[in-house]
Design a protein around this ligand. Structure first.
Ligand SMILES: *Cc1c(COP(=O)(O)O)cnc(C)c1O
Length: 421
């Protein structure tokens, strides 16, 4: 029996309607930018396995550091103990995060990083004796699948069964450079009618919405409004963090810095799960008290796992090398050329890029999980390119180590695919 056949007996995959889509492709190997399936077919991983392995799969530097760590200290409770990999990670992150950030809190995935950020904001006000219960978030944002994260997510097409159980959230439009006044009116109305604890946003690029890039000035105005109204700001950099936008963090493009930042995905270069919620010293101080209950009672068993922290330290070291910084610039320059070319195609509505993230919208109506999407996906896979359209958006976010040859193959495959649209 093939792996694909054995898979169907006991496994339940995420984001899948098993009745109409029973097959899952079995991958047996991944190295650099290449995935290999059980029949020996190879695919270029153009979305870095959900934006994680930006330094290539099974990166030798990261795996060797982790191998060493595995023989020294595997796991220890992070409630009463501490260790060097976590301490070093906090130091490494504080050096590269926006400089108002000073505290590092551990989680193990993007959703719980957001969940902890939401709870920090709520308890911050609770500890100060204020009851605040509302969050502000963007339309079409995505922040994860746990209840708090799901509540603030605006992409709720598939959240129907849970809608009655979500938190109080008010939505504002995404800044597009022209709707500034309208957003300010929305914000004023929201603060006059609610006790707002925080504003959560994906800075600069909305990932799951289809790599939608928004206006930095407009976002800055929103953040300034929040600061002036004592609303905590939470930057969900789970997707944008670690060099993908051309700078270490998307928040580096925006003048007003967030109070809380959520990180995951590329944090360990795709090797093992890990996430961080960082915050300012001011927030941390609101949890200091002689009362035990004012502390932050949110914990995951694997908090600060030494192996995951080691992978993250190696990743941050790689990110800062000249080679990687140079590659980011080269990929960006190639995206610019491809954008100029493909924008003229009659089937392309718009194209855009930011750092290594590139996206184009097809000039057609397409369902998020409909038949045209399946047709395109098959077209790409047959040509050895793993691409995963989101609605009518085709996007890529390749590993920083992708070669020019691989990148050009991805572009030309996208171009050919427009013929079947
Ligand atoms: C993926 C993602 C999340 C959720 O992370 P998980 O690790 O899948 O729970 C949250 N926010 C953003 C912006 C994401 O892209």
């Amino acid at each position: 029996m093939t792996l694909q056949e054995r898979d169907k007996k006991h496994l339940w995959h995420p984001l899948k309607q098993h009745k109409t889509h029973p097959e899952s492709l079995a991958i047996v190997k991944a190295k650099g930018c290449i995935l290999t399936d059980e029949n020996g077919n190879e695919y270029i991983d153009t979305i870095s396995s959900w934006y994680t392995c930006m330094f290539g799969h099974c990166n030798d530097f990261i795996t060797s550091k982790v191998y060493e760590q595995m023989q020294t200290l595997d796991q220890v409770m992070f409630s009463d103990f501490t260790h060097k990999p976590a301490i070093e990670l906090s130091e490494n992150l504080i050096k590269i995060l926006p400089n108002n950030q000073n505290r590092i809190f551990f989680n193990d995935n993007g959703s719980t990083a957001v969940e902890a950020g939401i709870k920090m904001a709520l308890q911050y006000y609770f500890n100060l004796g204020e009851k605040r219960s509302t969050f502000i978030a963007f339309e079409n944002g995505f922040h994860g699948d746990t209840f708090g994260a799901m509540s603030v997510s605006g992409l709720s097409v598939y959240n129907g069964p849970f809608e009655d159980f979500l938190m109080q959230v008010e939505r504002i439009s995404v800044p597009n450079g022209e709707n500034h006044q309208e957003i300010l009116e929305q914000l004023k109305k929201i603060v006059s009618e609610n006790n707002v604890a925080g504003f959560i946003y994906e800075p600069l690029v909305q990932g799951a919405a289809g790599m939608k890039i928004h206006d930095t000035e407009g976002l800055n105005e929103i953040l300034k409004f929040c600061k002036n109204h004592n609303i905590l700001t939470i930057a969900d950099e789970v997707m944008t963090g670690f060099g993908k936008t051309g700078r270490n963090f998307a928040s580096d493009f925006i003048e007003t810095k967030p109070d809380i930042i959520c990180l995951s995905k590329a944090l360990t270069g795709g090797l093992v799960p890990l996430a961080i919620t960082s915050c300012t010293e001011k927030i941390y101080e609101a949890f200091l008290s002689n009362e035990m209950a004012k502390g932050f009672f949110h914990c995951h068993t694997y908090s600060g796992n030494p192996i995951a922290c080691t992978a993250a330290n190696a990743t941050i070291q790689l990110l800062q090398t000249d080679e990687i910084q140079q590659n980011i610039k080269l990929i960006s320059a190639s995206h610019q050329q491809f954008k100029d070319k493909i924008s003229k195609h009659p089937k392309v509505k718009t194209a855009r890029f930011q750092g290594v993230i590139f996206a184009l919208d097809l000039d057609t109506k397409m369902q998020r999980y409909g038949s045209l999407r399946d047709k395109l996906l098959n077209f790409f896979m047959k040509r050895g390119v793993f691409l995963r359209p989101l609605g009518n958006t085709i996007y890529i976010q390749p590993p920083f180590v992708i070669t020019q040859e691989q990148l050009q193959k991805v572009y030309s495959t996208i171009e050919e695919s427009l013929e079947i649209v």
